[in-house]
Structure formats: structure tokens, C-alpha cells
Design a protein around this ligand. Sequence first.
Ligand code: GLU
Length: 510
Amino acid sequence: MNKRVRVRFAPSPTGGLHLGGVRTVLFNYLFAKKHGGDFILRIEDTDQTRFVPGAEEYIIQTLNWCGMTPDESPVVGGPYAPYRQSERKENYKQYATQLIEAGHAYYAFDTPAEIEEMRNHFKTPENPSPQYNHAVRAKMRNSLSLDAAEVAALLEAGTPYVVRIKMPDNEEVSFTDMIRGEVSFNTSQVDDKVLLKADGMPTYHLAVVVDDYLMKISHAFRGEEWLPSAPVHLLLWKYLGWISDMPQWAHLPLILKPDGHGKLSKRDGDRLGFPVFAMDWTDPKTNEKAIGFKERGFLPEAFVNLLAVLGWNDGTDQEIFSMAELIEKFSIDRVHKGGAKFDYEKAKWFNAEWIKNADNAYLAGLVQPYFDEAGIKAQDQTYLEKIIGITKERCILLPDFVTQAGFYFTAPTQIDTASIAPKWDDNKKNFFEALCVAFENSNSNDHTILENIFKELTATHGLKPGELMLPMRIMLVGGKFGPAVFEIAATIGISDAVARIKYALQLLNA
Ligand code: GLU
């Protein structure tokens, strides 16, 4: 590669980040880091009508959470600042003018009502919404159809106008996509897109080309929904005289619904009960809330890992990859052309794997907020880490630690006595009372000793250990879960264990 690798994630701040958006960031990021290049965040906020407060902050927080902090961004700045297109407004007009002067763009004075009238006039059953294109432009009010004096007068009078690209009629344009190979378009299929709006703001089409050029972007990876815009962008690169600097493009395949039919949407998540957004997002206009992977209890490492393998693999069966490994192994050639089905069960599997292998101190920090929320006080850091270590194999999502580990810190308030009651009798009651005495006398926190005491006592009472283990588990933890029961007793300490058994006995005898 002769050019310095510079890639950008260029979101419009219109809402929360969907899985597909984060995967786009990830592939950009991996490519940049693999090639020792720069990863840039550029906020494409030229469409003020779609601006959503809080969306930019959300995007930045999501990137940080995933460990993909940009080298240049509105936050840290950089050599090509500003990185918000709304703050670069002055840059674009000159290029629109340059295009007009070269005959590749034109002023269009049509009012929305006139455009509506054109649509009504030309619509047919096959073409219900005719576009402003080569076929109709001569019949509209623009600098191609009006004579020069009239155009000058309109401009002089301050008549509102937009600048449109003049798409050539029936020309083939093509480019080589890094994932799809050669892609070609006939220009007659594409309308005369607006480049500069009446408020002087560029549209996405002009701004993306100008900024990719000015910011020296070498590769642009974006979602496949942008493929239809590629011919417009390609011609702009050409008409502006920059074609040899055009970034190499890769249009990334969609993330599909679990059944493979169509693009995964937030609605699918709501319907099937899983997150589609990276982090919780509340739409400030509708107050509609979307749950996030983060708040559901995914580790960022797992989230990144599961996204990476949605549409990419390294050619082996390996599934678990750290960011460092992804950077080393990622290659755009191994990104599939077809869409990747999203499987939430598989996503959870990734998380469970990452939890199982994560450092206890690291997990302790992540679990703390869930404990705080559940009112579980885990002040002793060494003990907390020990408990995390004992229970992490049983946790799929971070909130699972509340159930799987909470009882090590606080005696359960809810005891599932209903599961004990049907087989409860005086013999068992006598056994547990004797067990409390024997445990107290032992004053031991050694699980083997406790287990031996328990077993000897079952024999004395003519009972089988098997029928007493489950009641004891429920007494200690509140329900039918947790690791080996004597280990639980030894870990919480014998006096605490005895107190829990006594409390449960009271409930059962009540
Ligand atoms: N602003 C576009 C978006 O919202 C960026 C598309 C591109 O990367 O060119 O996704």
C-alpha cells in the first residue's frame, strides 16, 4: 500500500448505534490498526432536520466502550479539524461552484410545489414517483433549461436554489469494490441528486466526497445500503478532478434477522427479546427506549468478538478472538459478500466464554453496578474476587452474578421453601437441627470436614445424603442454583451457614 491508511467512520447523529453500525466501525478500525493507519470519526450532520440531540455523545461513548477510540474526532481534534460537517459548511460551496462552472452541476430553482407537480404530471403506474433526472430536467426551472440572463436575474434576486449534479445520460460507470469486485451502474438509473441545499448546507453526497478527499481517506468501508449512491460519488470524484485519490471502497453486507429474511431491525430485537443497539438508547423525540448489549450485561470484548465473526472468519474454526488478535488476523478479503444471520444464543455463548476467561478483578469492577442496584454490599475486594472466580463459569450475562454470587454476600430473603415442603417431615427437621449443632461445634470452614459431618449425621438419622442436599442448598442460597453446597457453606463461613439453616427451619416449621 503506497498511501497512508486512513479510514473513517462517518455516522449521521440520528440515533443509537445498531449492531451493523458498530460492525462497520469495527472493520474500519481493524483495517486501520492492522496497517498502522489512522481511524477517524467524522460526524455527518449536514441534515439538520434529522439531527438528534445526544446521538453524537452516544456514538462516542459506544466507540470508547468497545475500545475503538478514534485517532481524530470532534473530541480529540486532529490535523483536518473540524470533524463535524456542520462546522465545515464553508468548505463545500466552492466545490459546488466548481462543478457548475465545469458543466457537471446546475442551479435548480424549482419550489417543492413545482417538483410535486412534476411528479404528478409524469407519474405512471410503473413509475409512481418520477425522479428529477435527465428525462425531466429540461422541463424544470434550472440553469440548464433557463437562459443565462434569467438565471443571473434569479440569483441576483436571491431566489432560493439547490445545486444538482447533472448525471450523464446512459453512461456505464464502474469501480472495484474490495468485497464485491467489479460493480457497475448505468447513470440513467440515477437521479440528479441535490449536492447543495437551499440553506447552503451540502447534502451527504457532496460532503462525503469533499471530506474524504480533504481528509485524505484511503479506504472507505460502509454499509451496503450506500451502494446505490456509489455512482454519484464516483462521478463527483471524477468531476472534481480527484479520481486518482478516490478511496478504495468496500460495501459491507447486512446483518440479517435470525431467520435470514431481511435486515435485522430494532423491531426484531423487541419482538424476540434481544438487544440490537450497542448501548441503551432513548429516542428524545418519541421517548422510545432501545436496550443495549452493554446494559444487558455483555462484556465489550465479547461484543466486539461476536460482531467480528458476523460476516468474517480467519479461515480456521477459531471463534474467540481478542481485539489484538483481530487486528493481526483481519483481512477484508475474508469478509463474506452475503448477509450474516444474527443468532442471539450464539451471542450469549461468546459472552459466557469471555466471562469464564476474564480476570476476576476486571469482572469485579463490571459486576459492582449490578450488585449496587440489587443492594448487595461487596466491600471486601479479595472476597469479591474470590466469589467471582467461583461463580463465573455459571454466568452468561453480567447480571447473572446477582443470582449466582449475591448469596455469598447477603443471606437470601426469598427462600424457595415450596420446593422443600412436599417432602419435609420431622425426621428431616431433626436432622437439620442436629446438623446446626454439629456444624457449630466443628467451627470449621473446611468443605471436606463439613461434608463428612453431614454424611455421618445422615447415617445416624437413617437418611440418604441425596434427599438432604437440595433442601440444604435452598436453605443456603434461596433456590436451586449455585456451586457445590459444602463449598458454599465453607465460603460464607460456618456461623453464617448455620444462621441460614436455622432461619429456613423457622419458615418450614411455621
Ligand atoms: N453518513 C453516512 C451514514 O450515516 C455515511 C455513509 C458513508 O460511510 O459514506 O451512514
